[in-house]
Design a protein around this ligand. Structure first.
Ligand code: SAH
Length: 397
């Protein structure tokens, strides 16, 4: 067994059970561990600290599997972690609905760093993003099948962070026959197609489920602008909630085509929907030139700041879209504004939005603080796991 010995005094975060060991904390490595191998982590004084997965190419040199010296890291251990995570979802959310869509494995918060798995009906989609997760691919796939009773596992290991781990993207079937085309899922009575091969992330933005439901409850009789709409998650909920008119804007023609199909598939009023293929930054200015206003605006942009290093540039982008959104809101209107950037924390995001309101010359109040749905839990020991944050603001009339 290879061994990772920490520099003196660098065991503090591990003792608080934070699961990451940064390269700067590594004193020396004994043995010749290969990427993904389990290493024994010891303090400079020689005490046992943890069992962790070795990631030589990453800034995060190792990710902890367990803190108990007596724990073997083997197929049985990984399978038990998968079982615990799935059992938790079963208790919290139920599992019987054949078109159910939910996150089953959520990385560090489920004790499985670098491992994400989503269920879309009969299909399981696995996304691995660290050398340790890579090492246990087959065990995880087999365990998922065993504990869910679902057959098909498709791999979507193509997240941007892979390159930081020195891993090549892998997309394809792992177990069972890969679906041809899309599969249907149901969210709060609305049917969506999910394309596990071409779709974003693992195919759908499951994390916004509860926030879409909140919008639905507030949409009756109101005009709604859904910016960065993807396949229409928010837009469809607004329509289902009785919105008088819904405008969805996205730069992806494929995403808008899916949104269009979703309107028909759910028998919603197509004459109340406008789909615009455009850059949101430009389109918001165009709406201003046209003197258009909306009662509710949703801003759900992609990750502008994957890490803290991008925070400044991201802050400018967030400020820009929020400023224009404030200008386009009707008096008393609502702004649903989100950031899924790990590098921009909740308090910074609220400051950016406050700055945007000030520059737009409007006053607004926070009605809701939003986060990812609870099938995407955040461990208190690993606050970095909280990436999605949002606010619902009510503009002063
Ligand atoms: N709200 C969606 C998820 C949004 S994901 C849901 O609930 O499902 C972000 C979306 O922003 C993607 O669909 C992407 O195509 C789009 N996008 C990225 N940059 C954009 C830009 N500058 N203008 C318009 N759309 C953009």
């Amino acid at each position: 067994m290879s061994r990772l010995v920490l520099k003196p005094g660098r065991e503090k975060s591990l003792q608080r059970h934070h699961p990451w060991i940064f390269s700067g904390a590594v004193g020396r490595v004994e043995g010749d561990p290969q990427p993904g191998d389990t290493v024994e982590v010891r303090t400079a004084l020689g005490g046992f600290a943890a069992w962790a997965a070795w990631s030589p190419k990453s800034q995060i040199s190792a990710r902890v599997w367990d803190w108990h010296e007596s724990q073997a890291i083997d197929d049985g251990f990984i399978t038990e972690r998968v079982r615990a995570a799935v059992d938790h979802r079963r208790r919290q959310f139920g599992f019987d609905e054949p078109r159910a869509a939910l996150r089953l494995l959520h990385g560090e918060a489920d004790g499985l760093p670098g491992v994400v798995a989503d269920r879309y009906g009969r299909l399981l989609v696995l996304q691995l993003s660290s050398a340790g997760a890579w090492r246990w691919r087959d065990t995880i796939a087999a365990a998922l099948r065993e504990v869910t009773g679902l057959d098909i596992v498709f791999e979507r290991s193509d997240a941007d962070v892979l390159t930081l781990e020195g891993l090549e993207p892998r997309v394809g079937p792992l177990r069972g026959k890969a679906p041809e085309g899309s599969i249907e899922i149901e969210e709060a009575g609305l049917v969506f197609e999910v394309d596990p091969v071409q779709g974003h992330k693992t195919g759908f933005y499951l994390d916004q489920r509860d926030n879409r439901a909140l919008l639905r409850g507030l949409s009756d009789g109101r005009s709604v602008l859904d910016c960065f709409s993807y396949s229409g998650g928010f837009a469809l909920n607004a329509l289902a909630g009785g919105a008088s008119r819904v405008t969805a804007v996205d730069s992806s023609a494929d995403a808008l085509a899916a949104a269009q199909r979703h309107v028909g598939r759910n028998r919603l009023a197509a004459d109340r929907v406008e789909l615009l293929e455009a850059d949101v930054f430009k389109q918001l200015r165009r709406f201003r030139d046209e003197n258009r206003h909306f009662d509710i605006i949703v801003l759900d942009p992609p990750k502008f700041a994957p890490t803290a290093a991008h925070a400044e540039k991201a802050a400018r982008a967030y400020k820009d879209i929020n400023l224009w959104a404030f200008k386009l809101l009707s008096p008393g209107g609502l702004l649903f504004t989100f950031s899924c950037s790990g590098g921009v924390h909740r308090d910074l995001f609220q400051k950016i939005v406050a700055g945007a309101a000030a520059d737009a010359g409007v006053d607004a109040r926070v009605l809701h603080h939003l986060a990812a749905a609870p099938d995407h839990p955040v461990s208190l020991r690993f606050p970095e796991g909280e990436y999605l944050k949002g606010l619902v603001l009510e503009q002063a009339p």
